[in-house]
Write a protein that binds this ligand. Structure first.
Ligand SMILES: Nc1ncnc2c1ncn2[C@@H]1O[C@H](COP(=O)(O)OP(=O)(O)OP(=O)(O)O)[C@@H](O)[C@H]1O
Ligand SMILES: [Mg+2]
Length: 315
């Protein structure tokens, strides 16, 4: 209910401890392009929240609005109980941007020292904070090396180290593992779990659905600037489904079957979500009478990827 949400946001804006993020009807228009189209959502403190969507869906724009790097055209929001973009909120946020470059001539330690200064980390705490950040990001032995000698993945690790400085209460990670190898991705998942254990909320923009599935408590799926689904991961994937490997189905026979069931097709695999177990024999019989040869029938839960494709493929 937008009205109720608005009250919550107003309260949060007024300084009462609210959720980590509260957005009400947040909208961003770039000329004719509606990048964010009325997003209402809430991220509880201390949770890992996955923000998913296809390219151009508006994920990075939402992060920029959260930080005050872009101003909303309409709507409002609060971060850690403070208005969007306020200095107080920013001081308590860690941020790994999607695209960034540090000066190549700086050593990793110098980059971190600069960001300690920017984040207002007290002088006496800086050496320890830099050491911990390097250690956590897996760069303990590269602190004295210049950024220009770093591989793409090492630069992303350094960006993550910067985001962890200053004991943030909320960490915004925009595609944190796009340049990382499988070991790096595993490390980042561990870092995210560690943050959660310390009560830090994490807002994770990611295309890597398996990654989101492994670490997130709650997710929102955004498409064309709108949130098309949100909730606890377990609820979002609650629909039972059946997967069937079959060959020999023509387009025409499929058209008839689609009137009765909503299929998702991936090569020889068909999946049908939300189907009752008692209906599966009917489905198999209908496929066979449409000329299909059935090789496997597997009941199970939807994967996040299947749910995601179902949500963003709808016309
Ligand atoms: N500064 C800008 N000026 C004009 N249009 C913009 C600007 N920034 C973003 N957009 C547009 O807003 C829409 C959303 O972009 P955004 O970068 O938020 O998408 P995204 O979901 O982060 O995509 P990706 O997965 O590719 O990173 C796109 O249509 C993009 O072209
Ligand atoms: Mg983006």
């Amino acid at each position: 209910m937008p009205g109720a949400g608005l009250k919550v946001a107003e309260k949060a804006v007024a300084g009462v401890a609210g959720p980590a993020i509260q957005l009400v009807d947040l909208t961003k228009r770039y000329r004719a392009n509606l990048a964010v189209a009325g997003v209402t959502m809430s991220v509880p403190r201390g949770e890992v929240f996955g923000f998913l969507g296809p390219n151009g869906a508006g994920k990075t724009t939402v992060v920029k609005l959260l930080l005050g790097l872009a101003r909303p055209s309409l709507g409002q929001g609060a971060v850690l109980g403070e208005p969007l973009g306020s200095r107080e909120a920013r001081r308590r946020i860690g941020y790994l941007p999607e695209l960034f470059r540090y000066q190549g001539w700086l050593e990793a330690r110098e980059v971190l020292a600069l960001h300690c200064e920017l984040a207002g980390v007290p002088l006496r705490l800086r050496p320890g904070a830099i050491e911990t950040a390097l250690e956590t990001a897996g760069l303990a032995d590269r602190g004295r090396d210049r950024v220009e000698t770093f591989s793409k993945g090492m630069q992303q690790r350094l960006g993550l180290a910067v985001a962890l400085l200053g004991d943030p209460q909320l960490v915004l990670l925009d595609e944190p593992t796009s340049a990382l190898d499988p070991v790096g991705r595993h490390d980042v998942r561990d870092i995210i779990r560690g943050l959660k254990q310390r009560g830090v909320a994490v807002f994770l923009n990611s295309h890597l659905l398996s990654e989101v599935e492994q670490v997130c408590d709650r997710v929102a799926v955004v498409d064309h600037g709108r949130v098309v689904a949100q909730g606890p991961l377990a609820e979002l994937l609650a629909a039972p489904q059946v997967r069937i490997r079959c060959t020999g189905l023509g387009g025409e026979s499929m058209a008839g079957l689609r009137r009765r069931w909503a299929f998702h097709q991936d090569g020889d695999w068909l999946s049908v979500a939300g189907i009752a177990a008692a209906e599966v024999p009917d489905l198999v019989a209908a496929l066979v009478s449409a000329g299909a040869r059935i090789h496997a029938v597997e009941p199970g839960q939807q994967t996040l990827e299947e749910r995601f494709l179902q949500l963003v493929e709808q016309p």
